[in-house]
Ligand binder design. Structure first.
Ligand SMILES: Cc1cc2nc3c(=O)[nH]c(=O)nc-3n(C[C@H](O)[C@H](O)[C@H](O)COP(=O)(O)O)c2cc1C
Length: 190
């Protein structure tokens, strides 16, 4: 069976974003597994704050349509999601909300597998924000979100110079997640 294509992005486009760094490690790891991977930055998909009046007047932003299309061209998605006040970032939620307003088929939520991860300087590693993201993707949009996650705690000291993690256990956790993601996504390769 052909390898599935995996899309990777972070819920932050801040210069120096630790979640973009996590996304980069995932991209490198997938490339080492010979899995075709696309990494994007949400900075390239700017969207106004969701407003029903704006949508009624002008429809959905072209950037939301482009992201909708891009997701449907992949069988797996990894999102590195920072935690803001125990939830996901406004950037990520707003992006998901706009994309969810586009009803053209195929659906960007169904017919593919999602994996999620987070990095934070705190002791919980952004875990609580992932619970919200899982709820939005799974309960809100019907996406399949695999149980395995990559949660990078105390991120200030977690990343190694060469681009991976200092902790081998963290590397193994990520590999377990990616193996499951690729396996699940492979079921959707047509
Ligand atoms: C508004 C705001 C709320 C935050 N809330 C949390 C939080 O609940 N838990 C946490 O671990 N970190 C929290 N942080 C810290 C972020 O995890 C930290 O800024 C992280 O670097 C953001 O991700 P990024 O580097 O990928 O942009 C918060 C930061 C901001 C700006």
């Amino acid at each position: 069976m052909a390898n599935p294509r995996i899309l990777v992005f972070a819920g932050s486009h801040r210069a120096g974003s630790i979640n973009t760094r996590l996304a980069g490690i995932v991209v490198k790891e997938l490339a080492m597994m010979d899995v075709p991977v696309t990494q994007i930055s949400l900075a390239d998909y700017p969207m106004p704050l969701y407003d029903g009046d704006l949508e009624a007047a002008s429809g959905q932003p072209e950037t939301a349509k482009a992201l909708h299309r891009l997701i449907t061209e992949h069988q797996g998605v990894f999102i590195a999601s920072p935690e803001y006040n125990a939830g996901m970032t406004g950037l990520l939620k707003n992006t998901i909300d706009w994309v969810s307003r586009i009803k053209t088929q195929p659906s960007p939520w169904k017919g593919r597998a999602y994996a999620i991860g987070a990095a934070s300087g705190g002791n919980l590693g952004g875990y609580r924000g992932l619970l919200q993201l899982r709820q939005t993707l799974g309960l809100g949009l019907g996406a399949t979100v695999i149980p395995e996650m990559t949660v990078v705690m105390r991120a200030g000291d977690a990343f190694a110079e060469h681009g991976g993690f200092k902790d081998e256990a963290m590397t193994n956790t990520m590999r377990t997640m990616l193996t499951r993601l690729v396996d699940e996504a492979a079921r959707y390769v047509r």
